[in-house]
Design a protein around this ligand. Structure first.
Ligand code: GUN
Ligand code: ZN
Length: 433
């Protein structure tokens, strides 16, 4: 791709705004991108003088944000979004697992993978921790589709050997073989990374958790991703299945699965001890507010996580969640925190951080993306309303970039995402899609 000087209104959060960092906003900014990397950021006119011959791209009239990061999203659930009115275990059994079983057919899986990657990119998601498929062929299809479209995918085959449908179960031996082969083929290749993923300890025997431990030991750069403490009936079942564990977290800790490479989805009903241990381990939690509300799982204790210094990012949790938009997810997090008895009232900077850099940190990508610091990849989203859309009214009359940003959280859907770049490559353009 040619070296470019982008001209835009730019917003990012290179320092965590929950820990004293603030929103960095430049209304007439320049960003110089060479070979996909950011080499300079500042005032447009100064950069124009410094780089007089560089081709420039004019992105004024909207907001340029770092690429959005979805820290928890299920690829096989594209076709079963929107089953409302159930709670987790029924929702899995009746709505979700029958569909996941269909991915044993690789050509079916390819169709799902294609729709999935397209949906993420058109919503401005540039990196995602993707909960994968139970079948190695379907998992390969996701990595292949991600590579073809340029998405940053961290994902892995989902491992289970009990209490789901039998078609979704593997043996620990086949899980180890499949995991090794997938890691060999995809981990660290292009923009893909591998994550070891037991579905949840409810559906993983101790032998299967040992396989996870083995894969994590063999591949020190792999990530770990699973569910925890989502629903009260799930938690009661886990207690019954692991009588030796004092809580849900210990079912993973016993197999050395909780550390700085670990990302756990939901964590709604966590004890103080669990929060302390997650914090000490440097693990991250994916907060999925749309799913938590739609499946009726409960309120997320954002304040408790922050007090205990547990890293938090945002996940859409498609198909339990209700949309692919990470900006919408941030709005739902904001709204539920407004209503929760011990909620934290977030500002737009904190919401942007959760939508971008916090996700990159949770995926281990903070050295690569998440903000516009010089040296990082140019992963970016141009939020620019279409002519006549309600968001255009606010953008045209707002008195600050901060105000435009909070309006984007309120009103921007996929139709507001004009263009998306990953490592300088344009991976989505509204006008040509
Ligand atoms: N726990 C185990 N599997 C799932 C899933 O697919 N979605 C959610 N939300 N929770 C889970
Ligand atoms: Zn999930």
């Amino acid at each position: 791709m040619p070296d470019t000087l982008y001209r835009a209104s730019l917003l990012h959060t290179p320092q965590n705004p929950f820990k004293g960092g603030s929103l960095e906003a430049i209304s007439d900014a320049g960003i110089v991108v060479q070979s996909g990397k950011i080499v300079a950021v500042g005032d447009f006119s100064s950069l124009r003088t410094l780089y007089p011959n560089l081709e420039s791209t004019d992105l004024r009239g909207g907001l340029l944000l770092p690429g959005l990061v979805d820290a928890h999203v299920h690829y096989p659930q594209v076709r079963v979004i929107g089953a409302l009115g159930m709670t987790l275990l029924d929702w899995l059994e009746l709505n979700t697992l029958p569909e996941e079983a269909r991915l044993s057919d690789v050509s079916y899986a390819r169709g799902v993978a294609s729709a999935f990657v397209r949906a993420l990119l058109m919503h401005g998601t540039t990196s995602a921790m993707v909960f994968g498929a139970h079948f190695a062929g379907a998992q390969a299809a996701l990595f292949e589709e991600g590579a073809a479209r340029g998405l940053r995918v961290v994902s892995g085959q989902v491992l289970s050997d009990r209490l789901l449908r039998p078609e979704l179960h593997q043996t620990p031996t086949s899980a180890l073989e499949d995991g090794r082969a997938l890691i060999q083929r995809f981990h660290g290749v292009g923009r893909a990374q591998y994550a070891v993923m037991p579905r949840f300890s409810l559906s993983a025997s101790e032998a299967m958790l040992e396989v996870c431990q083995q894969l994590m030991t063999e591949t020190p750069t792999a990530r770990f991703h699973t569910h925890i403490n989502e629903n009260v009936d799930e938690i009661a079942t886990v207690r019954r299945l692991f009588p030796w564990a004092r809580d849900y977290l210990e079912t993973y800790e016993r197999y050395d699965l909780i550390g700085s490479r670990s990302l756990l989805a939901h964590n709604l009903h966590a004890s103080t001890s669990e929060l302390e241990r997650l914090s000490a381990a440097g693990s991250s939690v994916a907060h999925c507010p749309c799913s938590n509300a739609a499946i009726g799982s409960g309120f997320f204790g954002l304040g408790r996580h922050l007090q205990h210094n547990v890293r938090v990012a945002l996940g859409t949790d498609i198909g339990g969640g209700t949309g692919y938009g990470v900006l919408k997810e941030a709005l739902q997090a904001y709204s539920l925190q407004r209503l929760a008895p011990d909620g934290v009232t977030m500002n737009a900077a904190q919401m942007l951080y959760l939508s971008t850099l916090a996700g990159a940190e949770a995926l281990g990508l903070e050295g690569t993306c998440g903000d516009f610091t010089v040296g990082k990849s140019f992963d970016a989203v141009w939020v620019k309303p279409r002519k006549g859309d309600p968001l255009e009214q606010v953008f045209q009359h707002a008195d600050s970039l901060q105000r435009m940003l909070s309006a984007a959280f309120a009103l921007a859907g996929s139709e507001s995402i004009a263009q998306v770049w990953i490592e300088g490559d344009c991976v989505h353009s509204r006008e040509t899609t």
